[in-house]
Design a protein around this ligand. Structure first.
Ligand SMILES: [Fe+2]
Length: 162
């Protein structure tokens, strides 16, 4: 199989994280009651689907590397989903779900920033376009899941015995 370079590896990682985000938003949607919060999760899932499409389109343009990038993305996706299963057991509630989401969205923000920094040297216009599109969206996702976590936390009885 073709070897991927660092830039392609990072592209694969943001792609895998976007795939894992679709699973995570679906899982967490099942843990919350609020229609408003469910709606926010659905929007994040749609944006994760669009991110996946755009990353895949970019991988498509890389001569002979597409399969290697998609394989690497699948690894990242599986690692993300495994983390989710470890973190969210059968007794997890909505707040647990959003605590996990803060980690997952922070990881996405971090990886997009890394890809952006790598591309400062590479200077590939299509990569830059994707980074410029995706980074603010991921930053908004992080803010959204943090706000949802805090909304749910504020509803908790701090003295309730688990
Ligand atoms: Fe996200």
């Amino acid at each position: 199989m073709a070897d991927v370079n660092v830039l392609e590896e990072k592209l694969a990682e943001v792609l895998g994280l976007a795939q894992a985000a679709q699973t995570a938003t679906e899982k967490v949607e099942g843990l919350v009651e609020s229609g408003t919060i469910k709606q926010q999760l659905r929007l994040m899932r749609e944006e994760a689907e669009e991110t996946e499409r755009r990353c895949t389109a970019l991988a498509d343009e890389r001569e002979g590397k597409k399969t290697a990038i998609l394989d690497k993305a699948r690894e990242t996706k599986q690692e993300g989903e495994e983390m989710m299963r470890t973190y969210l057991g059968d007794d997890s509630d909505g707040l647990d779900g959003f605590e996990f989401m803060t980690m997952a969205e922070a990881a996405e923000v971090g990886h997009w920033l890394v890809l952006g920094t790598l591309n400062e040297k590479a200077g590939e216009a299509p990569v830059q376009e994707l980074v410029d599109w995706a980074t603010p969206i991921q930053q908004r996702h992080f803010e959204t899941v943090k706000d949802c976590a805090l909304t749910l936390a504020a509803e908790e009885d701090p003295y309730e015995v688990e």
